[in-house]
Design a protein around this ligand. Structure first.
Ligand code: GUN
Length: 288
């Protein structure tokens, strides 16, 4: 039986639509959410992501402040820009698109963003709160993956979830979010022996490894929910995920497409975090 498609594009559009209404209400109270987007250098994929983020902001009424600066920017210059944005009352959220050009220290830059403006949720305050199960900004891509599961009534509680990939911005936070929802979680990575065996245990299989079609159809358990977080460009210029979609959909019960799955959800959760940041900075109590 072919899997049901998890339509991330649609779930993301619904989230953005609700936010649009909420933003209109905030504006009526004099609260104008604003996001600063910092892009250093000319990475083509980063340029594309940043353009999508700016468009999403514009469409729902968030002011976006673009800082497109050359790859000759020094660490000191970048840190001084972050300091300026940290102190700018019109900026509720700060996003520095990664990866940064060689020579710049990403960790130091991320750590410089004020926790209350860290809408990417990559800094130590946000990640610490995630571990502690305290309210805080949740990194957008894993948050989006959880929202897709929720939208399709896939409850992780008591299920076996396997996360393939252990990055700080996707794999690790996603494993914690699944754990928070009472899944039993396995994290697999490049040194995991018997990856296939581990994947076959997954009721929920989430893949963020960054290699095209790394997960083949025979690695998917019958009836699993498959969340593909990979975005890879083939030599022919086609965008594909980390999962062999055509083969996996024959075995899965649910599967996300690439494109149209995790990508739009990441952007929806970024604008969600920005609205939360604006509310918080205006003194409105929020749950996050
Ligand atoms: N690079 C790839 N994904 C992301 C993301 O979600 N946020 C930022 N800042 N950079 C990225």
């Amino acid at each position: 039986m072919a899997a049901e498609l998890i339509d991330g594009k649609k779930v993301a559009a619904d989230i953005r639509e609700n936010l649009k209404k909420e933003i209109a209400g905030l504006k009526a109270k004099g609260i104008n959410p604003g996001l600063a987007v910092v892009l250093v250098g000319e990475n083509p994929a980063s340029k594309k992501y940043v353009a999508s983020k700016e468009k999403a902001c514009e469409e729902i009424g968030i002011a976006s402040f673009a800082y497109k600066i050359p790859d000759t920017t020094t660490q000191e210059e970048l840190l001084s820009l972050i300091d300026r944005l940290n102190n700018d009352a019109n900026v509720n959220g700060i996003l520095v698109q990664l990866p940064l050009p060689k020579g710049l220290n990403e960790k130091e830059v991320m750590n410089r963003i004020k926790p209350e403006k860290d809408v990417d949720g990559f800094g130590p305050d946000a990640l610490g709160k995630l571990v502690l199960d305290e309210p805080g900004f949740i990194p957008c891509t894993p948050h989006g993956a959880m929202k897709m599961l929720e939208a399709y009534g896939i409850n992780p509680s008591g299920r076996h979830a396997v996360v393939v990939g252990r990055s700080v911005i996707v794999g690790k936070p996603l494993a914690l979010l699944l754990l928070r929802k009472n899944a039993t979680v396995t994290i697999c990575h490049s040194k995991t022996p018997n990856l296939k065996e581990e994947c076959l245990k997954a009721d929920i299989l989430c893949v963020a490894i960054g290699r095209a079609k790394m997960i083949t159809g025979d690695m998917v358990k019958e009836g699993a929910a498959v969340i593909d977080i990979g975005i890879n460009v083939t030599p022919e210029g086609k965008i594909v995920g980390d999962v062999d979609f055509d083969a996996a959909k024959q075995r899965a019960a649910y599967i996300t497409p690439v494109p149209g799955g995790a990508g739009p959800m990441t952007i929806a959760m970024l604008v969600y975090n920005t609205v939360q940041a604006a509310k918080m900075q205006a003194g409105i109590k929020i749950g996050l």
